[in-house]
Ligand binder design. Structure first.
Ligand code: ADP
Ligand code: MG
Length: 674
């Protein structure tokens, strides 16, 4: 009987000293159970046995044979000794050598039958193996993500101890039997055993599928619980029907049918008596602001308030200008809330919101900070949703006494598989049509040889009254990184174009008042060329800008480049995107060339997922969802679909009948909402 159980802390295992324990903690391993969930990141297949005669140079294989002699030990020089012996099978002979492992001389003896796994060296007919493995031969061997403090060996030892507990029946399956049967899934204990020590390749694949299924299943189930909580929560039911035509008539353009459809979707939500949780997904420039404005108009005219949350101060400022322009003719008063306001301004804005005199609040996260009270908040709009986590959506929602409707907007087209995982708690409207008359942006990839030509083009465009963005990855030059920087670039360009145009830098380290002034000057045409970091990435709207130059394009993801490119081509002028590439491998160049060839945001998103993985889509912020440990959104689509169906079939009754399932979902929800 072992003295360990799955909940035994690793610190109680002999041989786990303090620095190892902290190394293990870094890997997320505190108990033996955690070791079970530290899946191998790859495997070595040591099931391939070959005859010595067939062993090819460079192959990693198992060779077996009889040891022909007692190992010979030789001291070569300080820090270098050898243990060497010959082994033979029926087809030939090979030499085994261990370097600097003197103790190996006692492991082998003449006449013994042994198996070795290693990389074959064949030279002039002589076959040899250097430092081969002789244990765990004939098996598929796990290779773990290890660190300097925690070796493979330590991890293997912990997993073995944990698997002993599994063998004794300590690990009970949390999935209902009917789901296991319906989707032909391996029981949990078998899956765990085979993910670590696969009996064969088939079982390894089955084990992996079961664990991928689990991972998707719990995320989706947690999201669907969140969603059903929302569905049942009380919400402002807006009375009657609205004639949106009244609002549309005062807009400077005619809405597209996709915009009208999105408004209708949302209108149906807010009149249903259930809480709206809707995502509006539309490519850059597809006109999402107007959709939000229409809903805000509707809600405010019905006597309620709305809040519009933007990810940056610059955007909040811009949306404040647009929305108040569109809404003020209807007597709707808008206030701007942001971090940089002084106490008096803040107090004024808050008072107006509390009393209900102001109907719409536009702001950044400052909006959700404590102390902002609304009179009757019935709608929240969150722009560029992918930058906020699930938890942040929740924080804004919690403001109203009754839960307000939520509309979230994303300009980052997201591959369908990912949308399921990130937005599983939302309904989705897609704006798949751009306003008429937009010209396709001409995109090109270039290099330093064309620097002069690009500068000439900047001058030419500004000469005919257009404006230009230049994007650099860094703010200042740095001695360690070879990147274009905003400050240096702006200086140089201004020197070059002296008297011909006005160049200004913009970056995130500036005070917000300064940023705002520069933004306003660019919007009004006072500044011709804006040299900026990616602070302009989202949502900036200056229709007169016709060229964007992106430096070190290799440093950006495709979706981000797509966002940047969307800053131009917003007016009637033919627009251009020129990317400089300052390095990167063949793959990067291929990626950037693919980007030049398409302007379809969804295609770009799919490519991004393939090239860079899902991290790109979660933005810099904590998205609130747990990291995927084994599932791969690029290859596990089918399992995702199955898990989605399975999670959809779980009812509150199922959760009652399967407490272990309910427990795991709750644990995940706690984590998401934390
Ligand atoms: P995004 O979806 O990227 O947030 P915006 O709402 O900022 O897009 O709209 C981009 C630009 O297109 C704005 O200048 C906006 O006024 C304009 N616009 C929006 N809808 C239409 C339309 N139906 N027709 C013409 N221009 C439009
Ligand atoms: Mg926008």
């Amino acid at each position: 009987m072992s003295e360990y159980s799955l909940s035994t802390p690793v610190t109680q295992i002999p041989g786990i000293a303090k620095q190892r324990a902290s190394g293990l903690a870094k890997l997320g391993i505190f108990t033996l159970r955690d070791a079970l969930n530290h899946y191998p990141h790859r495997y070595e297949d040591r099931t391939k046995f070959v005859d010595v005669f067939d062993a090819e140079d460079g192959d990693s294989v198992c060779l077996t044979g009889i040891v022909l002699e007692n190992p010979r030990y030789s001291f070569v020089r300080k820090g270098m000794d050898l243990v060497k012996f010959n082994v033979a099978d029926d087809t030939g002979k090979f030499t085994v050598t261990y370097f600097n492992q003197e103790y190996m001389r006692n492991k082998f003896a003449i006449g013994q039958e042994c198996a070795f796994y290693g990389k074959v060296k064949r030279e002039n007919g002589f076959v040899s193996l250097a430092n081969p493995e002789y244990e765990r031969v004939g098996a598929i061997i796990p290779v773990y993500r290890a660190t300097s403090a925690v070796s493979q060996k330590i991890l293997l030892g912990l997993v073995e101890k944990a698997l002993d507990c599994v063998k004794r029946g300590e690990l009970t399956d949390h999935l209902p039997l009917e789901i296991l049967e319906k989707y032909d899934l391996l029981p949990l204990d078998l899956a765990i055993k085979n993910i670590h020590f696969p009996e064969n390749n088939e079982l390894l694949q089955k084990a992996r599928r079961r664990l991928v299924f689990d991972e998707f299943f719990f995320i989706l189930l947690a999201l669907s619980v969140l969603r059903s909580r929302n569905d049942s929560s009380s919400a402002f039911r807006l009375p009657g029907e609205a004639d949106y035509g009244e609002f549309y008539r005062l807009l400077p353009f005619t809405p597209t049918s996709a915009q009208i459809r999105a408004v209708a979707d949302a209108d149906a939500d807010i009149t249903s008596g259930k809480k709206m949780n809707r995502l509006v997904q539309g490519d850059v420039g597809s006109g999402k602001t107007m959709v939000a404005a229409a809903l805000i108009w509707r809600v405010c005219l019905a006597g309620y308030q709305a809040a519009y949350m933007a990810p940056t101060e610059i955007l909040a400022e811009q949306h404040y200008a647009t929305l108040s322009k569109w809404l003020s003719p209807f007597g709707i008063r808008t206030v701007l809330l942001r971090g940089g306001m002084n106490a008096k301004e803040k107090a004024d804005a808050k008072r107006l919101l509390r009393s209900g005199e102001a109907r719409l609040a536009v702001g950044t996260h400052a909006l959700i900070s404590k102390g902002t009270e609304f009179f009757k908040l019935a709608l929240t709009v969150t722009d560029e949703q992918h930058r906020f986590g699930v938890a942040q959506r929740g924080a804004l929602n919690a403001k109203g006494a009754e839960r307000p409707h939520t509309l979230v907007m994303s300009a980052t087209p997201i591959p369908r598989t990912l949308a399921v995982v990130i937005y599983g708690d939302l309904d989705v409207s897609i704006i798949d049509e751009l306003p008429p008359g937009r010209q396709e942006i001409i995109t090109s990839l270039t290099n330093e040889n064309y620097r002069g030509k690009v500068n000439k083009n900047i001058e030419k465009l500004v000469g005919v009254g257009r404006q230009v963005y230049v994007i650099c990855p860094a703010i200042e030059d740095s001695s360690t990184m070879e990147m274009k920087s905003v400050l240096n670039y702006a200086d140089k360009l201004q020197g070059l174009l002296k008297g011909k145009c006005k160049v200004s830098p913009l970056h995130g380290r500036m005070k917000s008042a300064e940023k705002e002034r520069i933004m306003a000057d660019f919007a009004s045409g006072e500044i011709d060329v804006l040299v900026s970091t990616t602070v302009v990435e989202v949502g900036m709207d200056v229709p007169n800008a016709a060229l964007i130059v992106i430096e070190n394009a290799e440093r950006f993801g495709l979706s981000q480049l797509h966002q940047l490119r969307g800053r131009v081509g917003r007016g009637a002028h033919q627009s251009y995107c020129v990317m400089f590439c300052g390095g990167g491998n063949e793959e990067t160049i291929k990626r950037l060339k693919a980007f030049c060839a398409t302007t379809d945001g969804f295609k770009i998103a799919e490519a991004d997922l393939r090239f860079r993985g899902p991290g790109e889509f979660f933005g810099n912020r904590q998205h609130g969802l747990p990291e995927l440990k084994i599932a791969d959104l690029r290859g596990d689509e089918e399992t995702l679909r199955e898990a989605q169906a399975a999670a959809g079939s779980v009812t509150p009754q199922t959760l009652e009948r399967y407490p272990r399932l309910a427990e795991r979902v709750q644990a995940l929800l706690d984590k998401i909402e934390d």
